[in-house]
Design a protein around this ligand. Sequence first.
Ligand SMILES: Cc1cc2nc3c(=O)[nH]c(=O)nc-3n(C[C@H](O)[C@H](O)[C@H](O)COP(=O)(O)OP(=O)(O)OC[C@H]3O[C@@H](n4cnc5c(N)ncnc54)[C@H](O)[C@@H]3O)c2cc1C
Length: 219
Amino acid sequence: MVRVVLTGDELEGFTSLGFDDHVKLFFAGGATRDFTPRRFDAQARELWIDFFLHEAGPAASWASQVAAGQSLEIGGPKGSAVIAQDGIDTHVLIGDETAVPAIGRRLEELPAGARALVVVEADDSTEWPRFTSPAEVEMRWIARDGSGGTPAQGLIAALGDLELPRGRSFYWVAVESRAARAIRRYLREDRGIDKQWIKSAGYWQQGAAGAHERISEDE
Ligand SMILES: Cc1cc2nc3c(=O)[nH]c(=O)nc-3n(C[C@H](O)[C@H](O)[C@H](O)COP(=O)(O)OP(=O)(O)OC[C@H]3O[C@@H](n4cnc5c(N)ncnc54)[C@H](O)[C@@H]3O)c2cc1C
């Protein structure tokens, strides 16, 4: 992952209320990609964006060569529904590398006394970031099994080993699109979670550029 800190007077008034908001980043050739506003410091006018360096694509390529002094055009964030912190006993956050910025932000923003269960699948066990949080956090890192198999196989197996929290648990999922669909289906059908307590999104799609998919009811 590469963290880029953007500064500039044009960040005056920047507002991002939801941990899973996104900004549009504009790259050469008119490519736009969605990224999480990882943190915004209004006083310093600093916006953090964390890039996962996967193999190819304008965003990953830009981030792999970025140096101080370069500029980046951004738009947004687009106001998205804010998932409340109240009324939830356990915040279950399930993701891959692209979800790590949103998960890191959520954990920092949760109050003391909140509870979170985090399940992240990532490629490289040496690079698993440390999260900080006032909340009580149970963390599961899953090393990706690169041998193929069905989407979300590793995450679903990890979830299968867990006793899911009792009470009101909100399940937030952000992974590759087909995996997001498979995990949603697993939570609904195998674990009996009500659809109102799941938000699942495809943060990228295998073989497609710039994909963003909200996984809705039982596709
Ligand atoms: C709401 C939202 C917030 C997001 N926040 C972040 C964030 O904070 N940090 C972050 O790193 N990403 C984030 N993403 C994911 C990011 O937008 C995608 O990974 C995007 O495709 C990257 O653009 P690119 O130009 O690098 O690659 P693209 O040109 O979009 O894709 C090129 C190729 O790379 C593949 N690819 C894309 N992403 C990955 C990946 N993660 N792993 C393996 N292969 C991949 C594609 O399938 C395609 O074949 C977010 C996505 C959404 C929808």
